[in-house]
Structure formats: C-alpha cells, structure tokens
Design a protein around this ligand. Structure first.
Ligand code: ADP
Ligand code: MG
Length: 349
C-alpha cells in the first residue's frame, strides 16, 4: 500500500448511490474551436468519450486529429483568447467541469485529474532537486513541512520504481535518464491520487525497452490506485500493450470505439483499417506497409459528409453527401461512424 503518500485510497473516493465508482471521465459533445487570421479551426467536433474507473482507454489517431486538444480541454488548460471550448458535459470522477470557475478547475488539477506530457525534461524544473519538486505538491496541497514533504517524495520515487529513492530525492533532473525522468513525471502526476490520469504520448521519446517499462508502470499504478487512464498515442503497439478499450479519432471526431481486440482485429471504420495497414505487423515481418493514401484533412476546409471520404477505399456517392453519425454496432461499447461499418468488419476477419 502506498499510504502516507497522500494517495486517497478507493474508500475515500466519492461513490454513486449503488456503490459503484463514478466514471473517471464522461464527455458529451465537446467542441473546441480555435480562431486565428486564417479563420475558424474546428479541432474537436462533437466528441463523446467514456472511461470507467480503473480502465485504460487509448485515444488513437494521426498527428493533428485533435487528441492533445481534447486532453487540454479536459484539464481546463484552454482557458485563453482565441479558443472556444463548448460541451454538454465534461465529468471527471463525478464532477462536471462544465461552467466551473477556473479556480475550481485549477484545484482539481493534481487532486482529481492529472496530465503527463511527452517531454519530461521541459516539464521539470532544472534548478530544483527532484525531492523539492515532488515535495512542493505535498507542501501546497497537503500543507506538509519541507521535511515531511521530502519523505513523501522519496516514497513516491519508490512507488514508480526509482532505485535508492532516499538518496535520489536530492538529485536534479539532468542526473536522471530519460526513462527515469518520465517515471518522475508520472510520480508527480499521481502524487495526490487522481481519479483520472491523462498521458499524452508518454513514451514517444523513449526507446522500446524503456517504453515497455513505463507502460508497465502506468498499468500497475492504474491497478493499485484504481485510476481511469486516457492514454493518447499514435502507436498501435502501445495501445495493444495496455489499453482495455480504444477510441480512434479523425479530424476532431471519434470515428470508432471498441475493445482493443475488437478494434485491432476487426476494424469497423475504413480509417482504422487503413491505420492498421500502415504499421508493421510484428507477426508477419515480410508484409509491405501501405501508407494511408492522401494527406490528413485541412481543418479550415473539411471535406463534406464523412471527412475521411477523399482517402477512403470504400467511399461511395453517399459519403460526401451524408455524414455518418457514430452508431452502436453489435457488441456493447462498440461503435463506428461509417455507413459501411458492418461490411468493413466482415472484410477484416
Ligand atoms: P494531435 O492529435 O496530434 O494531438 P492536436 O490536438 O495537437 O493534434 O491538434 C489538433 C489540431 O488543432 C491541429 O491540427 C491544429 O490545426 C489545431 N490546433 C491545435 N492547437 C492550436 C492552436 N494553439 N491554434 C490554432 N490551432 C490549433
Ligand atoms: Mg498531440
């Protein structure tokens, strides 16, 4: 148990009347629009997302599809001019952030929801020891003395698997390897026992072995702390490794959801199918990679109907004319926004 580290155990978490934990994240109809000289950029459009407590959802999609913007919107980090964030509901562990005062949202950051970025070196302060940086969280949020905060910091380093934590709390960021720094960022994110951890490409800068260790760490913390995890990645291998469910994003919309096995073994959206064909298959090393034809859409001039239709090998006349809503498919929790979802699944298996 990681008691003492300020980590509220599941018993302290607010429960719904039937005793179930509230969903870690529930988003309904999130829109994020940037306005600049070139016009309005609809980066996220009508996004719905659900993550249960203790569940890992991988948000997949090419660069520019709106994954990071979604994360920043949830964290309340888009509160500045030139950005419009609108939603019917953004509920984190039962609390609706919609319309909440920025001060209240700031208070929830760290306590209830936390974000881990890709680049650990720029996220850490180079002139503060790790113990002071981690300890600061406990001094500010828990009112601990410097000495007590440092002891908690060492406990956190132990939790995330850093050897000799009592000694290493005195070290500075540059004295750690990239993988160890990423562990420290994760430690900082989980310090106060958040119910939702958002990890935005947390392993992209790391080599494959270290990447696997970090994913293992995230998975262990999810199990021990019962957090929901939104894992943002463009790497299908990473998704397959630890996610329970997958949501695929294209041009600001979720185009497909399902369990990892469902989506990776039998994609229902032609975009997902194309994404899968564009990465190496470890089981068939001789296979030719087929990059997705065309280029990602220009958000300032989105194609009519289904935004993927100009790149889609299954598109018919219907696709530019009639935008497919995301709709449920046979299995629970499985959905796709394609007129030809059933045919696409059949073609895959
Ligand atoms: P990714 O899926 O790669 O994380 P992002 O969520 O970062 O993509 O960005 C989605 C789109 O939102 C980008 O393609 C860009 O057009 C737009 N965008 C993001 N940040 C800004 C910004 N600060 N100003 C204008 N447009 C932005
Ligand atoms: Mg991103």
């Amino acid at each position: 148990m990681i008691s003492g580290a300020g980590l509220s155990g599941p018993a302290e978490v607010r429960r719904s009347p039937d005793g179930d934990l509230p969903a870690a994240l529930r988003i309904r109809h999130l829109d994020v629009t940037f306005t600049n000289r070139r016009g309005e950029i609809p980066a996220v459009r009508g996004l719905d997302l659900d993550i249960a407590a203790g569940e890992v959802l991988a948000l997949l999609g090419e660069s520019g599809s709106g994954k990071s913007v979604t994360a920043r919107a949830v964290m309340g980090l888009l509160d500045h001019p030139g950005v419009r964030v609108r939603a019917d509901e953004v509920r984190v562990a039962g609390t609706d952030l919609n319309g909440l005062h920025p001060d209240r949202i700031r208070a929830l950051r760290g306590e209830t929801m936390a974000l881990v970025f890709q680049d650990a070196l720029s996220a850490l302060n180079p002139v503060l020891s790790i113990g002071d940086q981690l300890g600061e969280v406990f001094r500010i949020h828990r009112g601990l003395s410097r000495r007590a905060a440092r002891a908690e910091a060492a406990e956190l380093l132990r939790l995330v698997g850093i050897p000799a934590p009592d000694r290493r709390v005195r070290d500075y960021p540059h004295q750690f390897s990239g993988g160890m720094r990423q562990r420290i960022l994760i430690a900082m994110a989980v310090a106060l026992g958040p119910r939702l951890l958002i990890a935005d490409e947390p392993t992209t800068a790391l080599d494959v072995t270290v990447q696997a260790q970090i994913l293992e760490l995230v998975d262990r913390l999810r199990a021990e702390l019962g957090m929901g995890v939104l894992l943002i990645t463009h790497d299908l291998g990473v998704a397959a490794e630890i996610a329970d469910r997958v949501a695929v994003m294209y041009a600001g919309r979720i185009v497909e959801t399902g369990t990892v096995t469902e989506v990776l073994d039998g994609p229902a959206h032609p975009y997902t199918a194309a994404l899968l064909r564009s990465v190496p298959d470890l089981e068939q090393p001789g296979d030719l990679l087929r990059p997705i034809p065309g280029s990602p859409p220009n958000l300032l001039a989105l194609p009519t109907g289904c935004a993927f239709h100009p790149r889609c090998d299954r598109a018919t006349q219907r696709c530019p004319a009639d935008r497919p809503e995301r709709r449920p498919l046979a299995a629970p929790g499985r959905s796709a926004a394609c007129h030809y979802a059933e045919e696409t699944v059949d073609a895959a298996v």
